[in-house]
Design a protein around this ligand. Sequence first.
Ligand SMILES: [Zn+2]
Length: 281
Amino acid sequence: MRRLLAQAILPYARLRTWAQPGLRILMYHRVATLPHYDQLTVSPARFARQMERLACEYRVVSLADGLRAIHQSQLRQPLVAVTFDDGYRDNLTEALPILRRYAVPATIFVTTRFCDQAESHPRYGPSPQRLHLNWDEVGVLAATPGITIGSHTLHHPYLPTLPEAQAREEISQSRTIIENRIGQTVAFFCYPSGDLGPRELRLVHESGYAAAVSVAPGVNYRSTDPMKLRRTEITDRDDDEAFALKIAGAFDPIHCLLHAKRTWNFARGYGRHGAQTSARP
Ligand SMILES: [Zn+2]
């Protein structure tokens, strides 16, 4: 049903992109071959086809270059940036060779306690194989041309539920820890589960980040708040046609409606519980 709607919207989405090109930021999590379906995992074969398509049909940029471009000049063509959340080990073993093959830059948002191997994302639970990047591997990625490391907090909490001092620590201290580990400035932050309010925006700004990404769908323009950048989530459901529709913006109106509904549920007080039990990324 959603795909039929997106197909109907496609001509209008193309027209809008032509009239007002912007920066589309893709959100990935894992690139792996799993024995079972997992919404947040894209197979290496499918990921390779997606990166090939981006490299052939779009101008793919780093987050920093994309943000610079939308603020410096009138864009003549749409830009696409690639991001990964949570710092999974397969970002190095599976995704990196494909990114390098197609010269696609990417930003990887790591959670420091996951890198310590002291905790892991609750969605996946205990695993016989190491799930998250360790600090040596984060260092390898940070030293790879085209790869940027960003912060995804210390513990991956729902920030709006925390007292202010604790939320500040998650946002600020994670930046310091990652910078000390990789010897580079960390300019970008990623809100766990995309949950944020005015306080989180302020804390991210005060902590010295240049920009932060959310899970709100859509394209980013000069007018977009850099502390609340929009992203397009790519999931295991996205076959070649769905990926093309997403990149073209044909799913944006549908996803904006769904996101508004989720935000409204949060505002009514139901969302907090729902988010904690659904283990969103
Ligand atoms: Zn996450």
